[in-house]
Design a protein around this ligand. Structure first.
Ligand SMILES: CC(C)(C)[C@H](NC(=O)Nc1cc(F)cc(F)c1)C(=O)N(CC(=O)NO)CC1CCCC1
Ligand SMILES: [Zn+2]
Length: 191
């Protein structure tokens, strides 16, 4: 199983590489890595397993973060409100591509962090509020979905990792807490 020791940290060159497109038919190793990445996120959101294995509660992870420079991400976003325990969004995405996006931007009011960054980096990270993403699933089937708000932020954060981009690259160095006009600030998402 994947744990935090498998996650490379900022400074590791792989985090700044452009990840390779994945070819089909899928190499079995890639398929099992994808499944391990999704399981890592599920484990990290289970209080007992997270404590036992010292996992940070992850909602997304990209293959480069486990030192595999391939265009593969996993996302597992719980529903924002406590009541319904239904999942908001969970997927493994192969060769994900943002096909179109809203002009409107959004950001998290608390800024962002990263499984590969062991420090706080204050500042707003402006991202598209709505995106249309094309990708291939583990069966090699082409998928096309629309996302908005937090799930959209997570997918954009992960796709950035495939292009060697870290969340803090998107913070305005002059004024980290400057808000671009007509940006929709999302409140803190309940853990
Ligand atoms: C960096 C870390 C704090 C671990 C962050 N976790 C997170 O947002 N947890 C969370 C949030 C919820 F709303 C509900 C819940 F159950 C758990 C995360 O996984 N990432 C993913 C990452 O580092 N990918 O490379 C950072 C987020 C910042 C914005 C989007 C993803
Ligand atoms: Zn990250």
């Amino acid at each position: 199983m994947l744990t935090m020791k498998d996650v490379i940290r900022e400074g590791h060159p792989t985090l700044r590489q452009i990840a390779e497109t994945i070819e089909f038919p899928l190499d079995p190793e890639v398929k099992s890595l994808a499944e391990d990445m999704l399981q890592f996120l599920k484990n990290s959101q289970d209080p007992d397993l997270a404590e036992k294995y010292e996992l940070r509660p992850g909602v997304g992870i990209a293959a480069p973060q486990v030192d595999v420079s391939k265009r593969l991400i996993a996302v597992h976003v719980p529903s924002a409100d406590e009541e319904d325990s239904t999942l908001e969004f969970s997927a493994v995405m192969i060769n994900p591509k943002i096909i179109s996006h809203s002009v409107q931007q959004t950001c998290l009011s608390d800024g962002e962090g990263c499984l590969s960054v062991d420090r706080e980096v204050p500042g707003y990270v402006p991202r598209h509020k709505r995106i249309k993403v094309d990708y291939f699933d583990l069966d090699g089937k082409k998928q096309s979905i629309r996302l908005r708000d937090f799930p959209a932020i997570v997918v954009q954060h992960e796709i950035d990792h495939l292009n060697g981009i870290m969340f803090y690259d998107r913070i305005d160095p002059e004024n980290p807490l400057a808000l671009p006009d007509d940006i929709d600030v999302l409140g803190t998402v309940e853990e």
